[in-house]
Design a protein around this ligand. Structure first.
Ligand code: NIG
Ligand code: FE
Length: 405
């Protein structure tokens, strides 16, 4: 297939890697060639399908590198409580928060989890997402953590989305381990993670390091157990306070550290040294009405790669719009629209350890493309609530009807 007369945002330089009047040739499920239409080999015009995109923007398919989109029930009640002054931490300490979703997930079958989560994934995909990361973390025992990851796998099979499944068994302390945090961490390391790994449903491992969750030392134990199994690691760090989790995870070679509102500028060097991606989650910042900003300038100064994700979850970020999150990344965190798009493409791919296969429009990478009803890549971040996605190609297959093309 050959796409011509496109505005390509290849994401291969420090901004958009723009090619005006570009063309892109696909061979099976891979990108074979990108460049200016004028430089196209005339033989290429013999492709089975030649589509004139009439100046539309083409970007790599969007990558949402941090979600908890598989869950049951919802927490609208807590949203109302927070609006009346209750704090996120206070609600969690009283057994609500993450544990409220744990009760709902434990009570749901895998089929119910899939059915309830499907509209959220469909929404992400309708806005250009072709790769998504989905975490467990609302099961908190072996059977229910595996159930969540199997539900994620089923969603990928149903939708065709490219998926990374992340084990987040250490997301909160389940009630049956009350006051026995270390025992639970042992259980995670010696039983839950190995069992989920054995079941073949774990691609990466994450931990929530926070006052209301686990200490940096406890998180380190889980990350070490993951590394022993040869699994890549990442960490929820410095979301509500600064415990030093980001530097710890970076020192262990983490793919990413996520949230980071309370990261100290001084810790950015550790991320930079390790090549660890800083994943910013403006949806959680917005929904929790956080006021402390992540140290974006220091991250830039240290050339840390910045990704942006929805953090789609029932508590801190009930947000299913990657485009709105790009807008928030600009408005709330002062990212440029180019940084926001890099955050949902090339840098998100790095955060998932998938930079060799997706994230840029480059020969050899998977044919995961998003086509937009605009020519200007800044428009993706500029609007709030306007879905400019015209169609996506996922692994070389159309995902939204390309009726107008
Ligand atoms: O990324 N920070 C921890 N985990 C989620 C919130 C989960 C929840 O509140 O259900 C987050 O914000
Ligand atoms: Fe999260």
């Amino acid at each position: 297939m050959l796409l011509v007369n496109a505005n390509l945002a290849t994401m291969t330089d420090h901004r958009y890697g723009l090619i005006h009047n570009g063309a892109i040739r696909l061979a099976g499920n891979r990108i074979a060639w990108t460049g200016r239409s004028d430089d196209l080999d005339p033989d290429a015009l013999d492709a089975d399908t030649v589509l004139d995109l009439k100046g539309k923007l083409v970007t790599p398919g969007l990558i949402d590198c941090h979600t908890h989109l598989v869950y049951a029930g919802n927490r609208a009640m807590e949203f109302e409580q927070r609006l009346q002054g209750a704090g996120y931490r206070e609600i969690a300490r009283l057994g609500g928060g993450i544990l409220s979703t744990v009760r709902a997930v434990r009570g749901a079958s895998e089929k119910e989890l899939v059915a309830q989560s499907r509209p959220r994934l469909a929404q992400l995909m309708s806005e250009g997402v072709t790769t998504v990361e989905i975490k467990s973390g609302y099961g908190l025992d072996t059977r229910n953590e595996i159930k969540m990851l199997c539900a994620a796998e089923s969603l990928a099979n149903l939708s065709g989305v490219r998926l990374q499944k992340t084990f987040l068994g250490a997301h909160a302390l389940p009630p049956e381990f009350a006051n026995r945090q270390d025992d639970y961490i042992d259980r995670v390391c010696t039983e839950m993670l190995p069992a989920a790994f054995e079941a073949g449903v774990v691609d990466a491992v994450d931990v929530f390091a926070e006052g209301i969750a686990f200490s940096v030392e406890q998180a380190a134990k889980v990350l070490d157990a993951a590394l022993k199994l040869g699994l890549p690691i990442k960490l929820h760090a410095e979301q509500l306070s600064n415990l030093g989790g980001a530097a710890m995870a970076a020192a262990k070679g983490a793919l990413s550290v996520d949230h980071l509102e309370y990261l100290e500028a001084g810790d950015c060097a550790a991320l930079s040294r390790a090549g660890t991606v800083a994943v910013l989650l403006p949806g959680a910042f917005y929904c929790l009405r956080e006021t402390r900003l992540p140290p974006v300038r220091a991250l830039r100064d240290h050339r840390v790669n910045i990704a942006v994700a929805t953090d789609c979850n029932p508590g801190s970020s009930p947000v299913c719009s990657p485009l709105l999150v790009m807008n928030m990344a600009c408005t709330l965190f002062s990212l440029t629209p180019a940084e926001a798009l890099r955050g949902m493409t090339v840098n998100a791919a790095r955060a998932l350890g998938m930079a060799d296969t997706v994230g840029t429009l480059s020969p050899g990478k998977k044919a995961d493309l998003a086509i937009w009803n605009t020519a200007n890549p800044a428009d993706l971040s500029y609007h709030a609530g306007l879905n400019l996605c015209h169609a996506t190609l996922l692994n070389g297959h159309w995902h939204k009807p390309c009726h107008e093309i």
